[in-house]
Design a protein around this ligand. Structure first.
Ligand code: SF4
Length: 305
């Protein structure tokens, strides 16, 4: 293990590379990353980075955002097949047809979308800033939210803003974090604080003490007086929560809440991608340029809040 890490450090220096990783990545990736965060943290980081190469350990749309925001840098994803099934539930063609059903539509695209879908959208959001983004929209047009129906309906309930919501979902959060599992685990840990991600079903959200993005969970746990937490999101976050808060206890709602795509990236693939400069993200310039606007608009909103 030490040899592979030495090799990675040598390559990082040689190529002037940084490694960004999503919190759902494997522990071995958390340990070698220069920065670990959620989608919003990583989008912000991607604009600040001073390096020639970004190795993005996450799923494809995340690496694509880094590339859209840094056209002069090389962005590598160590496994080209690390995809997000939710992002694949909407295409630019489907979005155009959906827009045609609304009056002067304003499209809010969750970052879990392709560059082509972002290019057809007005503003992006992450689970950290979706409510602020929707509240920031002015004008008389209809608001459309794509692609996550669970996040969309949560944002509608909290903001009171009516939206046309696409019916996509995250298989990991929607299918494996279920209300009955929460009721069961609450019996075992009645004093634990229940934190869930807004990609979960509404019935799950209604059982939670707090609904938060993964970035907000990491911050909240550090300052909370609670000692025990029931965590309703992809289980990769548990490694970071335990590492950052050794005196606290964390219980996943379900051991099945694993995103197989997030686990495709391994340390060996990171070294291979960097050594051979392979799996380079490439976005056609016209799409890149159009997709950059909704992302930058989102980052601007976020800085104001
Ligand atoms: S956890 Fe869900 S939303 Fe996140 S990458 Fe996996 S499938 Fe996509």
């Amino acid at each position: 293990m030490n040899e592979i890490i030495e090799e990675l450090n040598r390559l990082k220096k040689e190529k002037n590379a940084v490694i960004l990783a999503h919190v759902y990545q494997l522990p071995e990736i958390h340990d070698i990353a220069d920065f670990v965060g959620d989608s919003l943290d990583l989008s912000r980081k991607a604009v600040q980075i001073e390096a020639d190469v970004i190795v993005f350990c996450g799923v494809y749309f995340m690496a694509e955002i880094a590339s859209i925001l840094n056209p002069e840098k090389k962005v590598l994803i160590p496994d080209m097949d690390a995809d997000c099934p939710m992002a694949d539930m909407i295409t630019a063609e489907k979005l155009k047809e959906f827009k045609s059903r609304y009056r002067n539509p304003v499209v809010v695209a969750y970052v879990n979308t392709s560059a082509a879908v972002k290019a057809e959208s007005d503003i992006c959001c992450t689970s950290s800033n979706a409510i602020n983004v929707v509240r920031s929209i002015e004008g008389a047009g209809d608001i459309i939210f794509v692609p996550d129906r669970n996040l969309g309906s949560y944002v509608q309930r909290v903001s009171g803003v009516e939206m046309g919501v696409w019916s996509g979902f995250c298989p990991t959060h929607n299918n494996f974090i279920l209300p009955e599992y929460i009721l069961e685990i609450k019996k075992e840990h009645p004093c634990a604080e229940v934190l869930v991600h807004p990609e979960c079903r509404p019935q799950v959200i209604s059982l939670a003490d707090r609904v938060m993005s993964t970035g907000a969970m990491c911050k909240h746990v550090k300052k909370s007086a609670a000692k025990d937490f029931i965590i309703g999101t992809e289980n990769g976050i548990l490694y970071k929560l335990k590492k950052d808060n050794p005196g606290k206890n964390f219980y996943p709602v379900s051991n099945l809440a694993i995103c197989p795509n997030m686990k495709k990236i391994t340390l060996a693939k990171v070294v291979d991608a960097l050594a051979n400069m392979k799996s380079l993200i490439s976005v056609a310039e016209d799409i890149r340029e159009r997709a950059s606007h909704p992302i930058l608009k989102m980052l601007k909103i976020n800085m104001q809040n």
